[in-house]
Design a protein around this ligand. Structure first.
Ligand code: UD2
Ligand code: MN
Length: 268
């Protein structure tokens, strides 16, 4: 549990049969946003194939894939009740810009297309792969995931934005956890409020010619400080293979794939 009594989801802390009984009755649809701009299209095949094996299996899932290279989207056979919509999107010559622009794109997608289409949404990084069950135990009103690298480190070490000039500023003595930007989830309206707020804060920073240390991830951490997630996913959901496998990790559900940043990103 967090100090505000939100569950932290680890293997062994939940009964999947009970949880599935709750959500199956509600006949829910889960939207997934994933961005593959420029060379990041190469991550799509593994992302989609592994998601089909492990992510929300047995539920209706609708992937919304933003890309500037629709011709390079691999054909992946989707399970029953699962579909994929490709949204052609302009790219940018800065990876930081690509990453942070996701907030406004998700904001617009929710407003324009999702209102009557989905109940829950997960916004995920494409350079990740699923290795084990990720199911309805991850659902909640507002869901964040603990970043593999900052799990268990002290708050002063968190890479929050530390300049007061930025809207993402968090002082040294504040902060609960360091959340990863690669996993944002929850009920549609809660995530809409999150992405809209972060987008507005990003706009203010832009007008002030300041970019937070970790772009939208910094703004996400600021948002979660004042709008606590109702459920927190353990690093099982946001692992990094570079970290090996410590004993507290009984299962790796999703992990960041190794990538050569210099080779895949449009800029250093
Ligand atoms: C594990 C984790 O929490 N990762 C976060 C971290 O670095 P990462 O190193 O994970 O960032 P990244 O390079 O994966 O970029 C984030 C995402 O933007 C998309 N993309 C990026 C570049 C590009 O050329 N094409 C493209 O499609 C793609 O969906 C990618 O997954 O910090 C970023 C912001 O600085 C984001 O918050 C990431 O979610
Ligand atoms: Mn990533």
């Amino acid at each position: 549990m967090t100090p505000w009594l939100a569950p932290i989801v680890w293997e062994g802390t939940y009964d999947l049969t009970v949880i599935d009984n709750i959500y199956k009755q509600q006949n829910i649809t889960v939207a997934v946003t994933v961005f593959a701009l420029g060379k990041y299209v190469r991550f799509l095949k593994d992302f989609l194939e592994s998601a089909e094996q492990h992510f929300m299996v047995g539920y209706r899932v609708h992937y919304y894939l933003f890309t500037d290279r629709p011709d390079e989207v691999p054909t992946v056979t989707l399970g029953e009740g699962r579909q994929l919509t490709v949204i052609k999107t302009a790219t940018s010559n800065r990876w930081q810009e690509i990453s942070l622009r996701r907030m406004e794109m998700i904001e617009k997608l929710i407003e324009k297309e999702l209102t009557d289409e989905a109940d829950y949404i997960f916004c995920l990084d494409v350079d990740s792969k699923f290795y084990a069950h990720w199911g309805a135990e991850s659902l909640g009103d507002l869901v964040g995931a603990l970043h593999a690298w900052y799990f268990g480190t002290s708050r002063e070490q968190f890479t929050y934005e530390r300049r007061p000039e930025s809207q993402a500023f968090i002082p040294l003595q504040e902060g609960d956890y360091y959340y990863g930007g690669a996993v944002i989830g929850g009920r549609l309206e809660k995530v809409h409020k999150l992405v809209k707020t972060c987008r507005m804060q990003l706009d203010v920073d832009r007008a002030n010619h300041i970019e937070a240390a970790w772009q939208e991830e910094s703004h996400l951490n600021k948002y979660f400080l004042y709008n606590k997630p109702s459920k927190v996913l353990s690093p099982e959901y946001l692992w990094d293979d570079k970290k090996g496998k410590p004993s507290y990790m009984k299962v790796v559900r999703s992990s960041q794939v190794l990538k050569n940043n210099a080779e895949v990103r449009p800029n250093p």
